[in-house]
Design a protein around this ligand. Sequence first.
Ligand SMILES: [Zn+2]
Length: 309
Amino acid sequence: MKTLHKKRKISLITLAIGICLHNSPVLAHGHETGKPKLGFKTEQVSGSVYMLSGVGGFTGGNIGLTLGDDGVAMIDNGLPSVLEILRAEIAKTTDKPIDYLINTHVHGDHIGNNEAYGSGQTNVISHQNLRSSLVKKGITTANGETQKAPKDYLPVITFSDEMTIHINQDSAKIKHFAAAHTDGDAVVYFKNANVIHTGDIMFNGLFPYIDSGNGGSFNGVLAALQSIHDMSDEKTKIIPGHGPLASKKDVADTIEMLKGTYTAVKALVEAGKTDEEILAANPLKPYAAYSWNFITSERMTQQILTALR
Ligand SMILES: [Zn+2]
């Protein structure tokens, strides 16, 4: 248990670094005895759908794959620094090329390898706001500079509300949720496999990051999670943006946590407290288990204050 906790802590630190530095290459090689080398773990989730998650360090957000007779579609693609490790991991399961690459949102730890795949035969798909954001704001390079997004980095297929890919005896419905983690979020629902990839709308067991600078909002995350919950049944497998594979119950727990934290902060705002007084009072103490290096209780309180003020 202790070891697990330690490992989780390490991966959260690197997660924080990864998100903060956006596209930067991230570290973590197995210096510690017994610690696995940086790589991926592939698990078959259901039907044709697999989940790839990082081991031994931070590789980016969780990746989804559908593999079958028709070909391969991938959801998100991790940090640029893990491209070769990712390719080698996928090659263990299939020798087919990636036909479609779905981007769940604009962050570099989810779409950092768009150019590498987009320059080949892969069709990159995203919500139209994600593409617009890349065109307008560019991308952050490994050394922290902003540069124009290369042509092959940009999605070639965009949608406004939802679209469906019919592949591998399943339909993958790609649905937009407005102003949630960002303003260009996509959730992917495999109907027959009964699997949902949520992108960063769901952080399983962790306080969420709400990127208001990229059009995200607290209420949008809550509304999206409620819809994801309603789309699910007891057997649905949910691939979160970060954290372990989740269930409908985990989504319900996350919704409850968000409502509880919101209510706790709102009560202090309504009592006329200043932001400083509210932060000092630590109203999210009962939810400390969700706190992590990047989104601490204090930062979560600030995110709620942003929503309330
Ligand atoms: Zn994100």
